[in-house]
Ligand binder design. Sequence first.
Ligand code: SF4
Length: 450
Amino acid sequence: MDNIVQLDTFRDLSERVGRFDVRGKRFLIPEMTPLGSYLMAGAFRAFGINAEIMETYTGLDLGKRYTSGKECFPCVVTLGDILYFMEQEKKTQGDTFDPENYVYFMPETSGPCRFGMYNKYHRIILDSLPGLHKLKITALSSDDAYNLQGVIAPERMRRFRKTAFFTVVVGDVLERLAWRIRPYEKTAGRTDAFFIQARDRLAASLERHALRDGFHPILRELDEIVRAAISIIDPSIPRKPLIGVVGEIYVRTHTKSNQDTIKILEQYGAEVVNASISEWINFTTYEQVRKAKKALRLHGRNGRVKKCGREFLRYLRYRCILSYQYMVQWKVYRLVRRHIDIMEDHTIGHLEQALKKNDVFSFVVGTEACLSIASSLIFAHHGYNGIVNVFPFTCMPSNLTASITKPLMAAASVPYIDVSYDGSYQPGREAALRTFMYQAQRHCNAHGKP
Ligand code: SF4
């Protein structure tokens, strides 16, 4: 892989980054959440796409070799994942190895965040390595709420969109259940082992039922899993200080990148709730509703009737999608909450209201900072005992979050800490988290749990 072919470096970026027909290819997904990503691969397989999750973080050195240190950390980790995967495939397949048999999945979002540049940067690196210019990158964009046109057959698209969102919610619920149970487990390590099994069972169930039978059989299995999971809890252990985690979506959910922050917090006496993945999906849909509303007002003021009609239809479409997404979340959470109290998500409208009320940030600026700042305010309002902002070193929206949220939490006397990651190990980090947990315990003693 060291022989960089300079001539190929500046190929047309759009040529092999976009929406491609992935039938007959191996569809490679980078791991993000340790449970939800595998469910998503199951959902893709239900629709005939040969999806798999790549081994993660083992290729970090490769990712670092082809980056300068200025890129976002998730860009480095995912680049390492795909390069390592390709290297291993080449080793095992020898002369029969053909990069054209694979499609690499790397979604994007538009500015001001740099996530929109990952797949372009990965494309440049892949193009510079012998043969890897043939490896296509499938990129879905938050600009059109992750439209799948061209990737999934048109007649199955609607069904797939529903399945994908349902899968994200089930993944969120499974993770939330694990964080609710693990601090109270009777036997150390039992929760992790249980949830890996549960993940594989649900992924197989999605693969079997999602296309043909709908969601009921999957929900039945989830119900059985929840009932079994509850037996892991030792009821004699009192409830612990509750910590809310916000921050950049990849690093706060990718346990290897964040060096298991949640487990370290648990080790020092926390119960943790991390922000969900569906929150981000709902946010991108909500953004479409907001944009349509804005355009509708603008065209209305200028008397452009045709354009008004078009924007109104766009508004209605995304409003319906958002309502559908909330309804799916409500159904899945209700099923689990019949057995155990896991935290539900707030609606995005509620988060925007929290920002407006406090007049500290605006959805007009966009990025995850909207979600992280608003969630921190809501966590504090609900009496959480501490807030942790987890993010990649140099992450622009997360540094915004840090600069705005820290003084707000100090004023509200809620323990707060920023933890940034870039793959290096800092000896003082664990001590900082331990001190934070000491403050959270004191907060809990003084104010109780939410
Ligand atoms: S959220 Fe942060 S880490 Fe992610 S792309 Fe944007 S700047 Fe980079």
